[in-house]
Design a protein around this ligand. Structure first.
Ligand code: PAP
Length: 421
């Protein structure tokens, strides 16, 4: 009798344990699924989570079926998400991403975000997840234009110019979204902030951007008739720009961030190819070779050329993307107005670019959406050619020039490398 009672107690305890374990696990999964669904569908926080918590029975019934892999989850997502670009938190890709992340090389000791090496290039984790999602889901629009670059090569400027060129029939000078929004919010990165930009623009402009290396681009881009406008820059200026950007976006005070990651250390990483989207030179070469094979698909630009003869290159970009300026427009000064609108002096003086904030959604954890904020002004520093002279010693500059020469040898690509000393 006593033994039977003991067994009863053990079984009851075990039963309670299993029940509590599964219940908590279920709640946890539900919470996670709801967070993902809310983020993916841009529902107000709590929309999916809290109303259901009031009704424990329906919560319990639902929690096992709304896990990110489930049919219901996908149904909810597809019903709520009517904007075609909102694909970043697709659960299948998320699982694939987690699997890849656990096997690839990682460096934690360099720039603001840890770097992961994938398909020969280093990238941040959120870029990698975004890239995998873009590969699954990105569907170019008819006449799609893609602005591409390696970071700090003139992306913000090229985005603004291309956006202004392509929207000039929809908006006038006083209503241009570039006056009130960061260029990155007007032209989203397919791998980063299609989900992060605060509000979608309703202008029907087939224009997006990317830092993805050419060889890792979604097949939907490389196998299509998308036009790619690529911009590169003297690696010395790009490196100095990246170093400053790193400190401006660091969670630490700018000065102490600089002391923690001095220029000399950063240069070492840069030379080894350890930068976001690096090796820097390989990124350029991928697009350069593709542009030689398909010049009608890829326009290869250099920041320095754009600076030296902006009128010529703006007209060239417009023609390439299928939005040529008419003679009448040229006579009316439309080209110059676009150049003035997008100039460094004008852009950096706009209130939105001085005081606005970037809010990156880095991914989803069990605790919710992981975000990171920094000032829009981090994208505007000097906007000059040759500022490296104020930072690099002749020795450092020589080292970078030598690598550039070796890496580009035989490719036919020459950069506007401003002379040393
Ligand atoms: P991203 O790749 O992270 O978007 P990106 O815009 O390529 O950054 O690089 C920023 C650089 O472009 C900065 O260069 P600097 O650090 O040498 O100054 C920034 O000042 C410059 N830049 C931003 N907007 C413009 C512009 N309108 N005209 C010229 N240069 C610009």
């Amino acid at each position: 009798m006593e033994l039977d009672f003991l067994w009863f107690i053990v079984a009851a305890l075990l039963g309670c344990y299993v029940f509590i374990f599964w219940f908590l696990k279920g709640v946890n999964e539900w919470y996670y699924a709801a967070t993902v669904a809310e983020t993916t569908c841009r529902l107000p926080p709590g929309d999916m989570r809290w109303p259901l918590l009031g009704n424990m029975l329906s919560l319990f019934k639902t929690l096992r079926s709304v896990h990110p892999n489930s049919f219901i989850y996908n149904l909810v997502s597809s019903l709520k998400c009517n904007e075609k670009e909102e694909y970043r938190f697709d659960p299948t890709t998320h699982n694939k991403f987690k699997e890849i992340m656990s096997t690839i090389p990682r460096r934690e000791d360099a720039w603001v975000f840890d770097l992961y090496q994938y398909e020969g290039f280093w990238c941040n984790s959120f870029q990698l997840e975004g890239m995998l999602s873009a590969r699954e889901h990105f569907k170019p629009q008819p006449n799609q234009v893609i602005v591409s670059s390696t970071p700090k090569s003139g992306t913000t400027w090229l985005k603004a110019l291309t956006f202004a060129i392509m929207t000039r029939f929809h908006v006038d000078e006083s209503t241009n979204p570039l006056l009130t929004r960061l260029a990155h919010d007007c032209v989203p990165f397919i791998e980063v902030n299609l989900c992060s930009s605060p509000q979608k623009l309703n202008l029907d402009v087939p224009l997006v951007a990317t830092h993805i290396p050419y060889t890792s681009l979604p097949k939907s881009i490389t196998n299509s008739s998308c036009k790619i406008v690529y911009i590169c820059r003297d690696p010395k200026d790009a490196f100095v720009s990246l170093w400053h950007f790193n400190h401006k976006t660091s969670a630490k005070e700018e000065v102490s961030a600089m002391e923690d990651f001095p220029l000399e250390d950063a240069l070492e990483f840069f030379c080894q190819g350890l930068t976001p989207c690096g090796p820097y030179w390989d990124h350029l070469l991928g697009y350069w070779r593709a542009s030689l094979e398909s010049p009608e698909m890829i326009l290869f630009l250099k920041y320095e050329d754009l600076k030296n003869d902006t009128v010529f290159w703006v007209k060239k970009i417009a023609q390439f993307v299928g939005y040529s300026f008419s003679l009448e427009e040229e006579n009316k000064g439309v080209v110059q107005k676009i150049i003035d609108l997008c100039s460094f002096e004008h852009m950096s003086s706009l209130e939105v670019n001085k005081s606005g904030m970037v809010r990156l959604e880095l991914g989803i954890t069990q605790d919710g959406v992981n975000t990171y904020e920094f000032k829009n002004s981090a994208f505007f520093r000097k906007g000059k050619v040759g500022d490296w002279k104020n930072h690099l010693t002749p020795e450092m500059a020589r080292r970078l020039d030598q690598i550039t020469e070796q890496k580009l040898a035989g490719s036919g690509l020459t950069l506007n490398v401003s002379p040393n000393g």
